[in-house]
Design a protein around this ligand. Sequence first.
Ligand code: PMP
Length: 410
Amino acid sequence: MDKFDGMRKEDFPILSESVHGRKLVYLDNAATTQKPQVVLDAIVEGYSKWNANVHRGVHHLSQVATEKHEQARKKVAEWLNAAAEEVIFTKGTTDSINMLARSFGDAMVNEGDEIIVSQLEHHSNIVPWQMLCERKKAILKVIPLREDLSIDIEAFKEMLNERTRLVSVAQVSNVLGIVNPVEEIIHYAHAKHIPVCVDGAQSVPHLAVDVKKLDCDFLVFSAHKMYGPTGLGVLYGKKEWLDKLPPAEGGGEMIEHVRWDKTTYNVLPYKFEAGTPNYIGSYAFSKAIEYVQELGIEDIAKHEEELVEYIEERVSRLERVKIYAAGQKKAGAVSFNVYRADGGLIHPFDVGVLLDRQGVAVRTGHHCAEPLIEHLGVPGTLRASVGLYNTKEDIDKLVAALERAIMMLE
Ligand code: PMP
């Protein structure tokens, strides 16, 4: 039997819960994934067996906690093919990008400089750069999309110039699921010595991401989207950059010495980690990574790719359904909308509520990407997004629920 054939659901206690009297079909993994028992156990173990603040204590528990936290950092580094000192723990993708915008922005961006993002970014890869541009009187440039909703590489190449300081793009769109050509983006930006930040929130959980192969300068992602706990994320940065950049936040842990006349900063990665870190979270996340490693990210990617193709195949057979960026290379997510016979859009919220009543959880709305949704010219979309535990049977249930919802709303 295939290792993904429904067997994995048993590892995730919440998946045996019922919603509105039906066994939960969870297809909102792009928003957050569920947690396997090994991750839940790690959280309980941390708080019940070795909870103590890290890095500061000579006492036993503090040393155990420090060891677990630093082992977790090594695990993340191994996962990304990075050095441990290049892995900064943050609160999540949003926090990572805000930190980078503050740190990189303070040091590298001046009036009239340019930052490039794309039309399909999540708000957390837009707003921190807008705030930076406002602070520094810099300019935010937006890579347009082609007709088929893919990133317009030719337009991007034209946008790079001597004022460009940084490019920040998502590897996988959280709305469309499209895998963006970040390798090409990095290639062309580097040809002009411009660094690139990759928003890996939707790629790291679904694809093998090797920062050396990718050659990105920064990579950000959230643990909770990869079977780990909430409140934890990663900012990876190449050592050359992290050495050069100033800390984004001040406080305990990030200093070497504090004097009234001059404070000096700690070594990497601690320079960027002010305050008590989420060491129970990092430990639990290391267990999530181990879980994923045991299954194999390549096999997970293949399984999820089949599911995404199956969603497109089944949903496209329904009448008057529009799938966005249909047939393009995707990872994890598919967005679509349903129309009435008279051509009017059935509001995605209405469909989403009726799916929920049938135990099927999908996301509806703008998915924190209003500029993209505006570009699509709709109030929102329905997004089905998969994780390693989903099966074709889940998709069949989604389609059956959709058929019923459409019948009721037409
Ligand atoms: N970027 C992308 C592409 C995302 O999908 C998300 C989460 N939806 C974020 C950033 C923000 O992640 P978080 O809310 O975990 O900070």
